[in-house]
Design a protein around this ligand. Structure first.
Ligand code: OGA
Ligand code: MN
Length: 296
């Protein structure tokens, strides 16, 4: 197994690695799992090609890195789910494998994946890794972009670092969707999506490197007027997603991309989602630390 740095293409940082010489659809050894985890700590994003998973194989591979997150967050009711296992359906399909209609509520909600975010930052214990498998990718568009929140933190001036280091933010799916004008949530959804607290600056439990914990799910900074808070988050996000810190993944069928939500943000890019299938499936590894436990 080899890992080669592939991105950012117009930056210097070690952020995206491409892994070759391993078949993830078959059981891997403990040494290989350790080497992949070390690669994740070093890079933040790893890309594997030609991994044609079944759902069972994707879950089995994912379990090398921890437990799967228990609950999935979208607007699909259990009876309408397309996938059987504990896998997030990142496709544009309904349970009958038909394209979601343009005005389907689930489609409009899912468009929020095109905002920069970190998975499950709206949960009290945010996610560790996400593993996204490209089962059927569109001919044009639908790339995924990644941004390195360690490099972003390191690029901030001393004044900015001192300002943001102690801050506590509130994250909710209601805030990110609100930015798109999607505001109709029923009482149950409002309860499920109630804001949670996160530190704006966190320290990686293994490497000890700091990163800025940004996400479009942020709507409030504790003790700060909301317009000031949202403007600050917007400014920081603009700096943090500069080309030197970002990488664009152009999908091929069978790609697996794995990222550490504790050090990165990502977003989907536009494609013709009412005309072309994009079948992506994500397993998500649960994190360990709540806000109170996240060292600042
Ligand atoms: C995700 C996600 C982006 C994409 O799977 O968590 O945000 O490009 N995906 O589908
Ligand atoms: Mn995501």
């Amino acid at each position: 197994m080899d890992i080669t740095r592939i991105g950012p293409r117009n930056g210097e940082i070690e952020f995206v690695g491409e892994v070759s010489g391993i078949d993830l659809t078959r059981p891997i050894s403990a040494e290989q799992a350790t080497a992949i985890e070390a690669g994740m700590d070093r890079f933040g994003v790893l890309v594997f090609h030609d991994q044609h998973f079944t759902d069972e194989q994707q879950v089995a591979f994912s379990l090398n890195f921890g437990e799967l997150e228990a609950t999935l967050a979208n607007l699909t009711k259990p009876a309408d789910r397309r996938l059987k296992l504990n896998i997030a359906d990142i496709s544009n399909l309904d349970k009958n494998n038909e394209l979601l209609a343009r005005d389907d509520r689930r489609r409009m909600f899912n468009l929020g994946n095109m905002l920069w975010h970190s998975d499950s930052s709206f949960k009290a214990t945010p996610a560790k890794y996400s593993l996204l498998s490209g089962r059927q990718v569109p001919k044009a568009g639908g790339d995924t972009q990644f941004a390195d929140m360690r490099a972003a933190w390191e690029s901030f001036d001393a004044e900015t670092k001192a300002l943001i280091e102690p801050l506590i933010t509130e994250h909710s799916l209601i805030y990110s969707r609100g930015q798109l004008g999607f505001t109709e949530f029923d009482a149950e959804e409002r309860r499920d999506f109630a804001p949670v607290l996160q530190r704006l600056v966190r320290t990686h439990p293994v490497t000890g490197r700091k990163s800025v914990f940004l996400s479009s799910h942020i709507g409030v900074i504790r003790g700060m007027p909301t317009p000031e808070a949202r403007m600050l988050i917007r400014d920081l996000s603009e700096l943090a997603t500069a080309p030197a810190f970002t990488h664009t993944h152009r999908w091929r069928d069978g790609d697996l991309v794995m990222w550490d939500n504790r050090t990165t943000m990502h977003r989907a890019r536009r494609y013709n989602d009412v005309g072309e299938i994009r079948d992506m499936r994500r397993t998500t590894i649960a994190g360990a630390a709540t806000v109170a436990q996240q060292a600042a």
